[in-house]
Design a protein around this ligand. Structure first.
Ligand code: GDP
Ligand code: IMO
Ligand code: MG
Length: 428
């Protein structure tokens, strides 16, 4: 197998970074295809944590190519910050490749993300304020600035002038925000361009050549199914396509090149930001999940909302992304629970729903139908084979696979690379 997609099945922060890093041992190339620095992917190696935002989670392997695809909202400032921090820790950066077609995040995108979301008042999305939505808006409005423009001084100067005239008007008129200084932004971005130039290339050609050559390629999803702009809890979503189909448009790799899709499933559920969350536990259980799981955002530090596993959401993700295997993460966080619940269906007005409702009014009112499992009440951090897991943990996992209709491929019992149990031997 040569192309494997890793995708989040819930509302993000499932542990995609950990599983991508694990699978990257076997891969030659790791590719980000959507989202941007709104992602926060944590990789832990030998007890050392690396918090990655734009950088593909294959960067810790010397010799791997780490590709930022054309579908990424690319923030050069954040990329350089990450590169500097990794270099200080002795990480080799020579494998980085940045698409010349990726759209560039500019300072007005970040500002507009912040003031624009606040201006929605009670309807605010709770974005990460990284400028991702406004950057994609400019792309879709056909006024975006791409990496190839950033590399061309005259083109950048011209496009930035036009855009900033417009953006400064919007900032002042809509939000009473002071205008940004064109010369300062131009100088800042010309500086980024010089530092990033050696890494920029046509990643579409590169990836398709790698596929032809039989390389093993991992596509690293950011965010997750329920944050997908079309399939998630719209409008409380991100502005890209985290589902596996996002690879086609975000990396320039055709759908029939994809061999396997791995869906990352956190053993319970979390969400950052606003929007419906049927299995949310606004009680002592939710508090215990947050405390035991240290559930605070990597990017914003916000406490994450917490609740029981919603198997309806995972089943939906399975359909949308064609998930072959689940990688269940953070099972160890449930080690100390007397009882564990799993939502296996939604009820609305007394009837079982067969689909995830499109209407948020309906989704906000569905009643989760729970099954209850006895907790295993013992640490599983040292377990390295499926057979050695406590019977009660296996019962929970077996039921998860049954209800979602997705085979169990990996079980993760801790953040470190070696705290991983692999059942599926044919992922790559
Ligand atoms: P991502 O955005 O999907 O990559 O996930 P995050 O990195 O935002 O959040 C997942 C957190 O869980 C990180 O701190 C990981 O180091 C950690 N993690 C991943 N897998 C496991 C696991 O199986 N057990 C525990 N205890 N932590 C894990
Ligand atoms: P990873 O890759 C969790 C959420 C934000 C907000 C909504 C829109 O680490 O799983 P945006 O800034 O994207 O316009 O915000 O999406 N969000 C995430 N939640 N994990 C993420 O990434 C997220 N990226 C965005 O909190 O609700
Ligand atoms: Mg995260």
């Amino acid at each position: 197998m040569s192309c494997v997609v890793v995708t989040g099945t819930q509302w993000g922060d499932e542990g995609k970074g950990k599983i991508v890093d694990y699978l990257a041992q076997q891969a030659n190339v790791v590719v980000r295809f959507q989202g941007g620095s709104n992602a926060g992917h944590t990789v832990v190696v030998g007890g050392e944590a690396y918090k990655l935002r734009l950088m593909p989670s294959g960067i810790l392997y010397k010799g791997s190519l780490c590709v930022v695809g054309n579908g990424v909202a690319f923030d050069p400032m954040i990329m350089l910050e990450e590169m500097d921090a990794l270099k200080k820790r002795g990480i080799d950066l020579s494998g980085i490749r940045i698409s010349n077609r990726a759209h560039v995040v500019l300072p007005y995108h970040r500002i507009m993300d912040g003031v624009g979301d606040e201006a929605r008042g009670k309807e605010k999305i709770g974005t990460t304020k990284r400028g991702i939505g406004p950057c994609y808006m400019d792309r879709d409005n056909r006024i975006g600035i791409r990496v190839c423009d950033l590399m061309d001084k005259d083109e950048l100067a011209k496009r930035l002038k036009e855009n900033m005239a417009r953006k400064n008007k919007e900032l002042q008129a809509l939000y009473g925000h002071e205008p940004l200084d064109y010369d300062a932004v131009l100088a800042e971005y010309l500086g980024y361009a010089e530092r990033l130039r050696p890494y920029v290339c046509d990643t579409i050609a590169l990836l398709n050549e790698e596929i032809k050559a039989g390389s093993k390629i991992l596509f690293e999803g950011a965010q997750a199914t329920m944050l997908d702009i079309d399939y998630g809890t719209y409008p409380y979503v991100t502005a890209s396509h985290p589902i596996s189909g996002g690879v086609g448009v975000g990396a320039g790799v055709a759908p029939n090149r994809i061999d396997k899709v791995v869906g990352i499933v956190k053993a319970y559920c979390t969400r950052v930001g606003e929007g419906p969350f049927p299995t949310e536990q606004l009680n002592a259980i939710g508090e215990k999940i947050r405390t035991d799981g240290h559930e605070f955002g990597v990017v914003t530090g916000r406490p994450r909302r917490t609740g029981w596993l919603d198997a309806c959401v995972v089943r939906y993700a399975g359909l949308l992304s064609g998930i072959d295997y689940m990688a269940v993460t953070r099972l160890d966080i449930l080690d100390d629970f007397d009882e564990i619940k799993m939502c296996v269906a939604y009820k609305y007005k007394g009837e079982i729903l067969n689909e995830i409702p499109a209407s948020l009014k309906v989704l906000a009112k569905v009643e989760p139908v729970y099954e209850t499992f006895a907790g295993w009440k013992t640490s599983i951090r040292k377990v390295r084979s499926y057979d050695d897991l406590p019977e009660k943990a296996k019962q929970y996992l077996t039921r998860m696979a049954e209800v979602t209709g997705i085979a169990l491929g990996i079980v993760s019992v801790g953040p470190n690379r070696d705290e991983t149990i692999v059942l599926a031997k044919d992922i790559f």
